[in-house]
Design a protein. Structure first.
Length: 88
């Protein structure tokens, strides 16, 4: 059973290098294992902590994607964030 815990328990730097898709997929697996309810308390806590880190990583990606979309839309329609959207 220690090998299972090691597969989920990772350093924060591991999470920071994950793509959105990898973080999301691992988060889905973590949630599924937690929902089964068969894990020990210690394993559940480890999973919960990993899930929190994965969710935060997904949020980072989504915030970055939103910023890129907003910037692209602003440059595409002749407006900028600083002029309040008024075209010149």
């Amino acid at each position: 059973m220690p090998s299972e815990e090691q597969s989920v328990q990772s350093e924060p730097s591991d999470v920071s290098s994950l793509s959105y898709e990898a973080a999301r997929d691992e988060l889905v697996r973590v949630v599924a294992e937690l929902e089964q309810g068969s894990a020990t308390l210690e394993r559940s806590l480890t999973l919960w902590e990993r899930g929190e880190a994965l969710a935060a990583r997904c949020e980072e990606w989504l915030v970055g994607a939103r910023a890129r979309l907003d910037a692209a839309r602003a440059s595409g329609d002749g407006t900028s964030a600083t002029d309040g959207g008024a075209a010149r």
